[in-house]
Ligand binder design. Structure first.
Ligand SMILES: [Zn+2]
Length: 415
């Protein structure tokens, strides 16, 4: 249920803790909203503002989930079983949506379900991978900021033109309908011809569109690149999708990173197995390349430890994503942040929180709009219930507890 727009009135929301991310937490703070924008953030309300007491909550910027696959949101549990072979899992995913090169259009209901689940979890900005045909209803489009990445899956040179046309149309639709932002996702090294990959990156540059690419996710993927062999190669050969010579032997993630650096904004999805040189490169290119770590998906496959601490130490920009319900039991991004806080206790809690707010907004080029509580930004808020006796450190209460989001605001309206 949405409340009516507050118009030009100044509404000062008081919370036990206000956590702006861009600055230190404020005890008994206020976030003041005018219309769809944040007017002020402070320890007292501005003159003339109507105070609304939200009670024992922590008020945070609406969360930004830069990587999910909403088409799978109707799944009640991830596909396959935990720690299964990656190639076997991919075959379950493609089987669930038809043919690997001609997937079924995503059911609109699944996308709507995923958006609703995300909003309930405080997520107000989303980067969604749109595999085939993508649409969103008016109400959903009004309640979430959506960047929809048109996904491309083909190793065949015969299909380059068709793939590029489809992505151009997706970007045009986004520009004319205005309900979402268009973006581009060459799926992964094992499903996209390197030449087509480069053309898609260049299209991103031409159209100022963000480019997302699943890279360095599994050992199977690295083996396919290096040796044209292994379980993933066998899977593609068995289904007739393998194009001999399309991926030169000896290919490394670095070869793709160099191309990605041409894009205005590029998301390396996963990056689980980036090596030292690749980590240094990503860090040097941090204005253009971000890594999106999907913690619970990573854990689902039992990959070796994620290089998150090394990436942060090198200065890379890292955000967290939920990935889809094919590999994560839900779309609660805060739970992924808590997973990271538990697994990497040396990372400062405020830095973990930035990975689902400000840094996540930067990955999508939206840092002037969202990601922190600052005057002028869009009024996107997540209110988190706090226990009666909260620790002195609000970050501890947010990341160290199981407390949940109770209210979400998008563009000045409670959802
Ligand atoms: Zn993904």
């Amino acid at each position: 249920m949405m409340s009516s727009p507050a118009g030009d009135r100044l509404l000062a929301y008081r919370a036990r803790w206000v956590v702006p991310v861009a600055g230190p937490p404020l005890a008994r703070g206020f976030v003041t909203v005018r219309g769809s924008r944040i007017a002020a953030v402070g320890v007292s309300p501005p003159d003339g503002a109507q105070v609304v007491d939200l009670g024992d909550v922590a008020l945070l910027p609406g969360f930004v989930n830069p990587h999910t696959h909403l088409e799978f949101s109707a799944l009640v549990q991830p596909l396959g079983c935990a720690e299964m072979n990656f190639a076997a899992w991919i075959s379950l995913v493609t089987a669930s949506r038809g043919n690997a090169e001609q997937p079924r259009p995503a059911p609109a209901e699944s996308i709507a379900l995923g958006l609703a689940e995300s909003r309930a979890a405080g997520v107000t900005t989303i980067g969604d991978i749109a595999t085939a045909g993508w649409q969103v209803g008016k109400a959903d489009a009004a309640a979430t900021d959506i960047t929809a990445f048109a996904e491309v899956i083909t190793l065949s040179a015969l299909r380059f033109a068709e793939a590029l046309d489809r992505v151009r149309k997706h970007l045009d639709d986004a520009a004319t309908q205005g309900r979402w932002r268009g973006a581009i996702c060459p799926h992964a090294p094992y499903t996209v011809h390197p030449e087509l990959f480069a053309k898609l990156v260049d299209l991103g540059t031409e159209r100022d569109a963000t480019v997302a690419f699943h890279l360095a996710e599994s050992a199977d993927e690295l083996e396919l690149m290096r040796d044209s062999a292994g379980p993933l190669a066998e899977y593609l050969i068995a289904r007739g999708f393998w194009i001999p010579g399309a991926i030169p032997r000896g290919t490394r993630p670095m070869d793709y990173l160099r191309v990605l650096a041409r894009a205005p904004r590029a998301l390396v999805i996963h990056g689980n197995l980036l090596d030292e040189q690749e980590i240094a490169f990503v860090a040097a290119q941090r204005d253009r390349i971000s890594v999106v770590y999907c913690p619970r998906t990573h854990a689902y496959f039992d990959h070796p430890a994620h290089p998150l601490p090394k990436l942060l130490a090198a200065g890379a920009r890292v955000a967290l994503g939920t990935d889809g319900r094919v590999s994560n039991p839900d779309l609660n991004l805060l739970t992924d942040a808590r997973h990271v806080a538990g697994k990497f206790p040396t990372i400062a809690p405020v830095d973990v929180l930035a990975m689902i707010t400000l840094h996540a907004a930067e990955t999508l080029g939206l840092e002037r709009e969202v990601g922190s509580l600052e005057p002028g930004k869009r009024a996107d808020l997540a209110a988190l219930a706090l226990p009666q006796h909260v620790a002195a450190d609000p970050y501890e209460a947010i990341l160290g507890s199981g407390s949940q989001v109770v209210r979400t605001m998008h563009a000045g309206e409670w959802i």
